[in-house]
Design a protein around this ligand. Sequence first.
Ligand SMILES: *[C@@H]1O[C@H](CO)[C@@H](O)[C@H](O)[C@H]1NC(C)=O
Ligand SMILES: *[C@@H]1O[C@H](CO)[C@@H](O)[C@H](O)[C@H]1NC(C)=O
Ligand SMILES: *[C@@H]1O[C@H](CO)[C@@H](O)[C@H](O)[C@H]1NC(C)=O
Ligand SMILES: *[C@@H]1O[C@H](CO)[C@@H](O)[C@H](O)[C@H]1NC(C)=O
Length: 456
Amino acid sequence: MTFSTIVSLLLLQFSLTGAINPLCAAVCVCEESIEEKFVKLDCSKVYLSIVPPLDDWPINITHMDLSANNISALDFELSHDSIQVLDLSHNRISTVVQYAFGGLSKLKYLNLANNAIKTFDENGFYGLEHLKSLNLSSNGLYFLPDGLFYNFIGLQELSLADNPLVHIDPIHFNRMINLRWLDLSNIDVYTLPANIFHTTGQLEFLDLSANEFHEVPTDALRSAKVLKHLKFSENPVEILDKKSFRKLITLQVLELNSMDHLREVKEEAFSDLINLQSLEMKFNRHLTTIDRMAFDGLFNETRPTLQEIDFEANQLRTLDKDMIACARIKKFNVQKNPWVCDCNMKWMKKCEIQKIYAADLRCYEPPKLHNFLIMNLNDKQLECNYQDSPIAKSMMHHDHVVRTISVGLAAGLLVVLAFGIAVIFKWRDIRSCYRSNKKGSGAVYYVRARANPREI
Ligand SMILES: *[C@@H]1O[C@H](CO)[C@@H](O)[C@H](O)[C@H]1NC(C)=O
Ligand SMILES: *[C@@H]1O[C@H](CO)[C@@H](O)[C@H](O)[C@H]1NC(C)=O
Ligand SMILES: *[C@@H]1O[C@H](CO)[C@@H](O)[C@H](O)[C@H]1NC(C)=O
Ligand SMILES: *[C@@H]1O[C@H](CO)[C@@H](O)[C@H](O)[C@H]1NC(C)=O
């Protein structure tokens, strides 16, 4: 570096801040745009162990990036008139004093992700009246005081992901009337109160992945009146049925991936999702069964509906041809399933599957077609070996039942016939016996009649 470049750099910094800012001169990368009205300081990854004193921050700073340092505490009240974006993620912060952000009245975006915060004081976020986005993911949060989010009426985005919270209380959300985006993934939660999103009337995106739900918290979801996108992957749900997504009519995107316990999708499971555009069910390694009526009523000619279906890498062996109107779907990915290539799969060749979703669409069985690309097979190869196909099996079962019934009937008939013949041959005996019983009532008579019936 020549002397003149150093001087011009110093001058540049001079013009940036009016005076040589000590932070810009020493450790941070500073950038300013007068037209766009920002003054940004990037002080990330410079081994800071404390938040630099606010006197050292440029007077009209708008963005402060203190991420990836070694800061362990927010132990004084931050106060600055112009700062809008503050990034403190990836530090070692474990203590946050009350009113820590009390003087940051213009702050819109606060990132405290990837720290070691276990809880906050009730007034931890006091003063952040204009906050739009708060990121608290990947801390050690196990408890949230009731009033913590009290002034977040303007908050639009909140992430509480990756914290051992276990319980979520409606009180935390009841003033977030502008919340649109909420990440509650991986917080060890297994149930949600039915009315939890009653007041968060703008909520469109919700991530509940990687939790402990054994069933879909349908009532809670229904309380989010405009929910469009639900992530529900990695939850220990075993069966999805028609109660699972009951009346979630606003949902457009649904993700149900990597659910290790999911085995079966029952009839009408998705039938209420009349606005669903995209369904992702991938990498569910025990999912063997999707009922042929799972989408019943969804492919209605009169409305635009499902555009994307992704069933990649499940354990599906066959799909009913009437289940999905594949011709109307833009993305249809069913690769990496152990498909049984027989006559039941002929329909799939007519789906006009895009090349990228056909490249790994292969047969698993029968052995002679193992690993063959389904799109390369001809109709003759997709034949039903009568003993193997489910249809054949059910027909064979049917035959068996019919045969059993016929044999039973025949046997029954024979018995009746034999009985009939016997009755005819013995008719006279019986009649005589009856008559003799009527005529007299003595035991002697009876004996005589029996001894020589033809005399009577
Ligand atoms: C920041 O303040 C300095 C001097 O106080 C001024 O010259 C500069 O234009 C300001 N920048 C912005 C983006 O307002
Ligand atoms: C971070 O701070 C701790 C003490 O507070 C120190 O032991 C450690 O070496 C620091 N790490 C770095 C990368 O500076
Ligand atoms: C929260 O911060 C983490 C870590 O910096 C980041 O990966 C994540 O995308 C952030 N989330 C939001 C909503 O900003
Ligand atoms: C399709 O939807 C319309 C209106 O939503 C309804 O009246 C009609 O019965 C539906 N048709 C089928 C085949 O489900």
